[in-house]
Design a binder for this molecule. Structure first.
Ligand SMILES: [Zn+2]
Length: 170
């Protein structure tokens, strides 16, 4: 998208409301980023176990779920939505395979709301495809939640600012 930027210099035009194409563009990009990109992808993993029931979902269920997710374009609302269907459970039995990796303290579980409003457990790949989001986004949302034990909201940002402020004061 191209936007013509003509700087307003003469006094005659000073009263004219100046458009801020940069801000516009940014807002539009942000909106696009969080709006419906593509049709949901039906999980190809074929999971049909107790832990993952991806193959039991119908296309209608997937579509309904994605539409619900995309109905609000705000990142904050979407992050909260993701969080509603993700669960980080503390790992009770920790078996280290090798010392290189850090301790896996949480096991993440994902689910989707069926048309009967029951929760269907799915794997992460399935959730990514259905919502059309990246692995990184899911991880960030959950990790932030686990770390702060607060859902994503504006208060948390506020708290963080307070913290840095008091640190500087010392
Ligand atoms: Zn699966």
């Amino acid at each position: 998208m191209e936007v013509n930027v003509t700087p307003v210099r003469d006094k005659k035009n000073a009263r004219k409301r100046k458009a801020n194409p940069l801000e516009w563009k940014r807002a539009k990009e942000k909106m696009l980023r969080y709006s419906l990109h593509s049709l949901p992808v039906y999980p190809t993993c074929g999971h049909k176990t107790k832990a993952f029931q991806c193959a039991l979902l119908t296309m209608l269920e997937i579509r309904t779920f994605q539409e619900k997710f995309c109905s609000d374009k705000k990142k904050l609302v979407q992050d909260n939505f993701i969080l509603q269907f993700c669960k980080a459970e503390k790992v009770m039995h920790y078996r280290p395979k090798n010392g290189k990796h850090g301790k896996k303290l949480f096991q993440k579980k994902f689910c989707i709301l069926s048309l009967q409003k029951t929760r269907v457990l799915v794997c992460k790949n399935a959730l990514m495809g259905i919502l059309g989001i990246t692995r990184r986004r899911i991880d960030t949302v959950i990790n932030n939640f686990v770390r702060t034990s607060f859902p994503p909201n504006k208060n948390r940002e506020g708290d963080r600012k307070m913290e840095t402020y008091s640190e500087r004061k010392k």
